[in-house]
Design a binder for this molecule. Structure first.
Ligand code: ATP
Ligand code: MG
Length: 580
C-alpha cells in the first residue's frame, strides 16, 4: 500500500523536545515516530510503529529459526506466583502493583520467569518432552527509578523474553549457545555496532551470563575490553592476582602514632612528612565495613572489605559479588553496636579478633606489606604483611576497575567504553524449577529437576538504539532492514504534471514490491527535503524539473550522494539498490 504524506498521520517538529538529552530521543520525537504520554510511557505513531514491527519481525524470525515457540502471557498477573519465587518482595518499588475490586493483589509483569515455569509444569511431564524453548514478544512494566532518554529506558516497554528448559547442564549450555547465535544474527541484521561482554563474575559461583551492549557514548553501562578480545561489564571483571612474595626477610610490622589521619590522603601525607620512605595511596590497605544479608536471613552480618587505598569500593561490583545476598554500608548505629570498629582506623586485627569475615581484593596476596589501621584512634600499622600478620578469609571483586588496568586474559591493558544493553542471555539453572517443583519423569520413573535459561532482547529499546547509532545533524538514517519504507519519493514542485509523475513512479515502485512513502504535499521543496532527511528513509527519489527530460534524482540518505537516473526502468534501478 502506497502511503501519501498528504494524509499520513504525521507532524514533524522543528524544535527538539525540552526534556530530551540524547539524539535518538530528540529525533524520534521531532520526526513524529513517538509521543510522550507520561514519564517513561510513550505512544507509537505510524512511522514509529512500522519500525517497531520490523524490529519485532527480525527478532521473531530468528527466534523461530532457532526452534523457539511463540506464546503470549498477560501483562496483568496475580501475586501468588511472584510470592512463590519471593520476587513480590525482592522486586521492591520497581513493580507496578494494583488491586482488583475484591482486594486481590495483582502486578504488571516486569519479567515472566514464574509464568513460563508454571506453563511448562502445567503442560509437560515426561523427559521425552524436553528440551523446549518458549518465547514471547510482550509489553513489560517496571517502575524505573530514572526513566530516561525516551524509549531507551521506559516504564512500559516491549521485550522479547525466552526461556529454555533442559534435562541436563549440557543441554542448558547448548540452548544458551543457540540463543547466543540467534542474538548475533538479530543484531547483525539490525546493522548494530555491538559487543558481547561477560556479565557476572564467577567469584561467587555465578553461572554463565553475557550481555549484548550497543556501543554508544550516551550508554549507561560501562564495559572494559583488552586488545586480546577480552570484554566484560565492569561488574564482571576479574582482577588478576600477582604472584605471592616470600615472607623471609620482610621487615616487622610497627604501629605508629599518626595523629589526625582518618583518610588515606591525610595518612599518606603524614607518613611522607615523618618517615624515611615514600608512600603512596596504593601502599595502604583500606578496610571498608559493610553488612550483608543472605536471602531468607533475618539478621545482617558484618563484612570487612579490604582494597588497596588508591581505589574506591565500587558498590555495583560489590553487590554483584555478594549476590544473592543484599549489601549495605554501615550506619552510625552499626558502629555504636560494634565498638571494636574504630572508624577511620579499622585494621584486620580487630576483625579477626571479633569473628568478622574479612575479604580482600585479589591484589592483596601473601607477602604483600601494607599500611593500615591499627584499631586505635590516631594509630596506623606499617609493614603489616598478608599471610604473616593477617590472614583474610578470601578474596572479593569490589575495587573499582580503571582504564589501564591489566587485562585479565594477560594481554595488554583494559580500555573503558560505554554501551546500552540490548540483550542479555543467562543460565538461570534450577532456581525457578526448585521454587515451583518443575520436574520431568525420567526413563526410570525418577524425577529429573529441569534446568532453565533466560534470554531477553529489548525490542522497543532497539528502535532508539538504532537511531542512536545511525543519525546525523539532519535526522534519522534507518538501516534498510527496519526502515519504515523502502523508498521516499519526493515530488519537488506543485504542478499537476509533477504530481502525476510522482504518482506514476510510486505506483511502479510499489508494483515491483517496494514499500513507498510519497511526499505529495503542497509544501515547498525545501520543507519536503528537510522532512525527508529527518524521517530517515535510506533511499530518497526526487521527482523534479528533470522529469520533462525523463530524468529523476536518486539520493542516498546515509552518504548524501546524489545521482541522476533515467525515468524509464526506475523500478528495476531502485529495486537493485534497495535489495543489494
Ligand atoms: P538494564 O540494566 O538496562 O536496566 P536489565 O538488566 O534490567 O536492563 P533485563 O531484565 O535483562 O534488563 O531485560 C532484558 C532486556 O530488556 C535488556 O537487555 C534491555 O534491552 C531491555 N530493557 C530492560 N529494561 C528496559 C527499560 N526500562 N526500557 C526499555 N528496555 C528495557
Ligand atoms: Mg540485564
Amino acid at each position: 500500500m502506497l502511503t501519501r504524506m498528504s494524509s499520513l498521520f504525521l507532524r514533524t517538529l522543528r524544535e527538539d523536545p525540552a526534556d530530551a538529552e540524547v539524539p535518538s530521543h530528540k529525533l524520534l520525537v521531532r520526526a513524529g515516530y513517538v509521543r510522550r504520554v507520561a514519564p517513561g510511557v510513550y505512544s507509537w505513531l505510524p512511522l514509529g510503529l512500522k519500525v517497531l514491527r520490523r524490529v519485532e519481525a527480525v527478532v521473531r524470525e530468528e527466534m523461530d529459526a532457532m526452534g523457539g515457540q511463540e506464546i503470549l502471557f498477560p501483562a496483568l498477573l496475580p501475586r501468588e506466583p511472584y510470592e512463590v519465587s519471593n520476587r513480590w518482595t525482592e522486586y521492591g518499588p520497581a513493580v507496578f502493583r494494583l488491586k482488583d475490586r475484591k482486594g486481590g493483589d495483582y502486578l504488571l509483569g516486569p519479567t515472566h520467569e514464574e509464568l513460563f515455569t508454571l506453563a511448562v509444569k502445567g503442560e509437560y511431564s515426561s523427559y521425552k518432552d524436553f528440551p523446549v524453548v518458549l518465547y514471547q514478544v510482550q509489553t513489560k512494566y517496571r517502575d524505573e527509578e530514572r526513566p530516561r532518554a525516551g524509549i531507551l529506558r521506559g516504564r512500559e516497554f516491549v521485550m522479547k523474553d525466552s526461556y529454555s528448559f533442559d534435562l541436563t547442564d549440557e543441554g542448558l549450555s547448548e540452548s544458551y549457545r543457540r540463543h547466543r547465535d540467534a542474538y548475533i544474527r538479530i543484531f547483525d541484521r539490525l546493522a548494530l555496532d555491538y559487543v558481547i561482554v561477560a556479565a557476572t563474575s564467577g567469584a561467587m559461583g555465578g553461572s554463565a551470563s553475557e550481555e549484548f551492549l550497543a556501543e554508544c557514548e550516551t550508554g549507561e553501562d560501562t564495559f572494559v575490553r583488552g586488545p586480546g578480545g577480552y570484554a566484560a561489564n565492569v561488574e564482571a571483571v576479574t582482577t588478576p592476582a600477582p604472584p605471592p612474595v616470600p615472607l623471609d626477610g620482610l621487615p616487622a610490622a610497627q604501629v605508629h602514632h599518626t595523629p589526625d589521619t582518618p583518610t588515606i590522603e591525610t595518612l599518606v601525607d603524614f607518613l611522607n612528612a615523618h618517615g624515611t620512605r615514600t608512600f603512596t595511596a596504593a601502599d595502604t590497605l583500606k578496610n571498608v565495613m559493610v553488612k550483608i544479608k543472605p536471602p531468607g536471613a533475618t539478621e545482617w552480618e558484618l563484612l570487612g572489605v579490604g582494597v588497596p587505598g588508591d581505589r574506591e569500593v565500587d558498590m555495583k561490583r560489590l553487590e554483584a559479588s555478594c549476590e544473592p545476598a543484599q549489601v549495605a554500608l554501615l550506619e552510625e548505629s552499626d558502629f555504636a553496636r560494634n565498638p571494636f570498629l574504630t572508624k577511620g582506623y579499622i585494621g584486620p586485627g580487630s576483625l579477626a579478633a571479633n569473628g568478622v569475615r574479612f575479604l580482600v581484593d585479589p591484589r592483596i596476596v601473601t607477602g604483600t606489606a601494607w599500611v593500615t589501621g591499627a584499631d586505635k584512634v590516631d594509630h596506623h600499622v606499617v609493614d603489616l604483611v598478608c599471610g604473616r600478620d593477617f590472614t583474610p578469609d578470601g578474596t572479593i571483586e569490589a575495587a573499582e576497575v580503571r582504564a589501564g588496568d591489566p587485562s585479565p586474559d594477560g594481554q595488554g591493558v583494559l580500555e573503558a567504553a560505554r554501551g546500552i544493553e540490548i540483550g542479555h542471555i543467562f543460565q538461570l539453572g534450577r532456581k525457578y524449577a526448585d521454587a515451583f517443583g518443575l520436574d520431568a519423569l525420567g526413563p526410570d520413573s525418577k524425577p529429573i529437576r529441569i534446568t532453565m535459561g533466560s534470554y531477553g532482547v529489548g525490542v522497543s529499546r532497539l528502535v532508539a538504539v538504532i537511531a542512536e547509532q545511525s543519525h546525523d545533524e539532519s535526522g534519522l538514517i534507518w538501516p534498510r532492514s527496519v526502515s519504515p519504507y523502502d523508498v521516499h519519493v519526493v515530488v519537488a514542485g506543485k504542478s499537476a504534471e509533477l504530481l502525476a509523475g510522482g504518482e506514476e513512479v510510486a505506483a511502479e515502485l510499489e508494483a515491483a514490491g517496494l514499500s513507498v512513502l510519497l511526499d505529495d504535499r503542497k509544501a515547498s521543496p525545501g520543507v519536503k527535503f528537510a522532512d525527508a532527511e529527518l524521517v530517515g528513509i535510506p533511499t530518497i527519489l526526487v521527482v523534479g524539473r528533470g522529469l520533462a527530460e525523463g530524468k529523476l534524482e536518486l539520493k542516498d540518505r546515509a552518504t548524501g550522494e546524489r545521482i541522476e537516473i533515467p525515468r524509464d526502468g526506475v523500478a528495476a534501478h531502485v529495486s537493485g539498490i534497495v535489495r543489494a
